[in-house]
Design a protein. Structure first.
Length: 363
């Protein structure tokens, strides 16, 4: 049997898609569990069994009995779900084009070259702990597993960095320079001891002396969504609403984080605003779908939630998981056809799991 072709779904109306998603889910029952990341669009999010950040979702997925984990998120998240779930479970990404532009800013060839070049400047395995943000491909997590390194998320980066410094005096942090810088800053590391490694320049654009003096090398990567926020937007909000509270994701620039009242992961942003006193007003620097959903949820308590940017910026890759792709995936599953499974090669999965488990052991 060949899978149902996606082309047949292009012409479906939104209402038809929604009805077909519901029918397929009914038919599948416990055969499939549907996970949705906080950044997922509302017309997909409404079908979620489980919601959360990438880490929470992977933990929850592994706890379910369902053989099929339909991950409405981006590629690296489905990889983590595959690695952390039981062998008989399969992670599925409804559209394989749902990548993460930040994760794509580092790849294994470039990280291996960086490691080699650092090895020419000093004894790299004795000096650097590699730390990868969870927003990275599985082979980079495996690299960390193999070289005494670890994975971090935006919720636990501080604890992870402490662990890393406990093992070796320096950190190579990839792929998000902003999360790395903010984490180092919170540990009291001066900005000039955190240097950007540009993977497109020889020796990262640094001198051996600069490398020797640095505590953290920050990979030159960033999130295209979170770079849309700036301090001018915060200043304008504070001028209009002196009692307003500003909360930002650590993928935002250092300037934005430093000008905010709170900085934290999506889980922290959601929790902080949900638990805040009635009547408070918030400016939020993270993805639009999350902010709009949160605004609707807390409006009945008289809380006002406003998006930080004046222009619309969504995670366009996450957005690719739309009702058409979801209907296509689920109807194929209901017909006994597996489409878009995400399978991390076993050798890579084993090393990546080592780096993930080192993280999970810490919290
Ligand atoms: O780890 C995640 O889910 C991401 C991408 C962000 C966050 O802060 O939760
Ligand atoms: Fe990647 Fe940015 Fe999208 Fe998060 S918001 S998944 S970091 S592109």
């Amino acid at each position: 049997m060949t899978p149902l072709p996606f082309d047949d779904y292009h012409a479906l109306s939104d209402a038809e898609c929604q009805a077909r998603i519901r029918a397929a889910r009914q038919q599948l029952g416990k055969e499939a569990v549907l996970l949705c990341h906080h950044y997922q669009r509302a017309d997909v999010y409404q079908h979620a069994d489980l919601t959360g950040d990438s880490l929470k979702l992977s933990r929850l997925a592994a706890e379910t009995d369902s053989p099929h984990i339909v991950f409405c998120g981006v590629h690296f998240m489905a990889e983590v779900a595959d690695i952390m779930s039981r062998p008989e479970q399969t992670a599925i990404l409804p559209d394989l084009a749902a990548g993460c532009s930040m994760a794509d800013m580092a790849n294994l060839a470039k990280v291996e070259r960086c490691w080699r070049e650092l090895g020419e400047a000093l004894e790299v395995e004795a000096n650097f702990t590699p730390v990868t943000y969870i927003n990275s491909a599985a082979d980079l997590k495996a690299f960390c597993g193999e070289h005494g390194g670890i994975v971090c998320t935006s919720s636990n980066a501080g604890v992870i960095a402490q662990w890393a410094f406990g093992r070796r005096p320096k950190i190579l942090f990839f792929p998000d320079q902003h999360l790395g810088r903010w984490t180092g800053h919170n540990m009291g590391i001066p900005l000039d001891e955190m240097r950007v490694w540009d993977p497109d320049l020889p020796l990262g654009g640094l001198t051996p002396n600069a490398i020797n003096q640095a505590k953290i090398l920050l990979w030159k990567g960033h999130c295209s969504v979170h770079q849309m926020f700036n301090k001018r937007q915060i200043d304008a909000f504070r001028a209009r609403h002196p009692d307003g509270i500003v909360i930002a994701h650590p993928e935002c620039s250092f300037e934005v984080c430093a000008a905010s009242d709170h900085v934290g992961s999506t889980e922290l942003i959601v929790k902080t605003i949900k638990e805040a006193p009635a009547g408070t007003r918030w400016l939020v620097g993270t993805e639009l779908n999350l902010v709009e959903r949160l605004a609707r949820e807390v409006a009945p308590q008289g809380k006002t939630v406003q998006f930080m940017s004046d222009i619309i910026c969504m995670c366009s890759t996450m957005q690719r998981i739309d009702p058409r792709h979801l209907a296509w995936t689920l109807e194929n599953l209901a017909a006994g056809q597996l489409v878009n499974p995400i399978i991390v090669p076993p050798h890579e999965a084993k090393l990546a799991k080592l780096a993930l488990e080192r993280m999970l052991a810490l919290r």
